[in-house]
Design a protein around this ligand. Structure first.
Ligand code: FE2
Ligand code: FE2
Length: 334
């Protein structure tokens, strides 16, 4: 998982900030020329303050989404049905935490410390993807996450991997390899339930019904509502509009779901053959913003786990930093 492409910020805020900027016009022009030519921007290069700020926000939210995203699936490791599924789930959850690690590293190259990022996550100042604030009630929920949420994330991450900031793109290239394995295992588990007993299929259908709206929310509000795309797209921070990514996802995965005899809980969901675009009922965007603000069904539970981990891991971080301060090469083992 899990990079929601949507950068959470009030509409028009970016516009206002752009007007406040006093970047050197010559440097700005040279910077924009490099991006237009497809060059990557590296940590030591000159960059506009707003570019740096938006990238920190994007990569940080992505990193938080990886580590929070591991939690709903993590609760199923002990209950996964069978050894094969358990092994795959352990590996996947471990990968997601690793993705968080890579992404925090990438964000740190822009000047925000990991400690500051974690503090902002725990205080609620920094956001993460909406989809991880829902409970994984059954094994079918885990298969829906593994198949469809990883699929949605891949759409987003493959696009972002072609962006302009070198460390983020390189982290995403590596992450995308692992995500494709996640998708395969999710699809495999999904097919197993869809073609299993009537009870298994009903359980999957129920999970699909519950997860469909959060998945539609995942790519962010429609372009007409999301007011900060133009400059971010010119700077290749944002690589595709929310609606385009949602459309790409629907095009690739709705047929796969329907061919398994499952339905989706939206009577308007249909491809318009004339425009080539998918049409659907507008998901409840007020609900989306409530979840992002911290009022979803599991926001508190998710952050409580992270707070617990932060608190109980403090002694390890302290010990490691002490070792660093003394310049020792190895920890004493006895
Ligand atoms: Fe994943
Ligand atoms: Fe991931």
């Amino acid at each position: 998982m899990y990079g929601g492409g949507y950068i959470f910020e009030e509409p028009n805020r970016v516009q206002q900030r752009e007007e406040q900027l006093h970047d050197d016009p010559e440097k700005l022009a040279a910077f924009e020329m490099r991006i237009a030519k497809g060059e990557k921007i590296e940590p030591g290069d000159w960059m506009p303050a707003e570019y740096r700020r938006q990238l920190i926000r994007l990569i940080e939210q992505h990193a938080h989404s990886e580590i929070i995203g591991a939690l709903p699936e993590g609760t199923w490791i002990t209950r996964a049905p069978g050894f094969k599924r358990k092994l795959a789930l352990i590996a996947k959850v471990q990968d997601e935490i690793g993705h968080g690690q890579l992404l925090y590293n990438a964000a740190e190259t822009l000047g925000k410390s990991r400690e500051a990022m974690i503090n902002d996550l725990l205080s609620g100042k920094s956001k993460y993807s909406n989809v991880f604030n829902y409970p994984a009630e059954t094994w079918a929920d885990v298969t829906v996450i593994g198949f469809l949420i990883d699929a949605a994330a891949i759409v987003n991450q493959v696009a972002n991997a072609k962006g302009s900031y070198g460390p983020y793109c390189r982290a995403l290239d590596r992450i995308c390899y692992e995500e494709s394995f996640h998708l395969k295992q999710g699809h495999d588990a999904f097919i197993e339930l869809a073609t299993g007993t009537p009870g298994q299929k009903a359980m999957l259908q129920d999970a699909l019904n519950r997860w469909w709206q959060p998945i539609m929310h995942f790519f962010g509000p429609p372009d007409k509502v999301s007011g900060h795309s133009e400059k971010l797209m010119q700077w290749k921070v944002k690589m595709a509009s929310n609606d385009d990514m949602r459309n790409q996802f629907l095009e690739a995965y709705v047929p796969k779901i329907r061919e398994l005899g499952l339905t989706l809980p939206d009577p308007l969901l249909n491809k318009n053959e004339e425009t080539g675009r998918w049409e659907y009922s507008d998901p409840d965007w007020d609900l989306f913003f409530e979840v992002i603000k911290g009022n979803g069904p599991c926001n508190k539970e998710r952050l409580d786990v992270r707070k617990w981990a932060e608190e109980h891991g403090r002694w390890i971080r302290k010990a490691l930093m002490k070792e660093e301060a003394f310049g020792k090469k190895a920890m004493p083992v006895a």
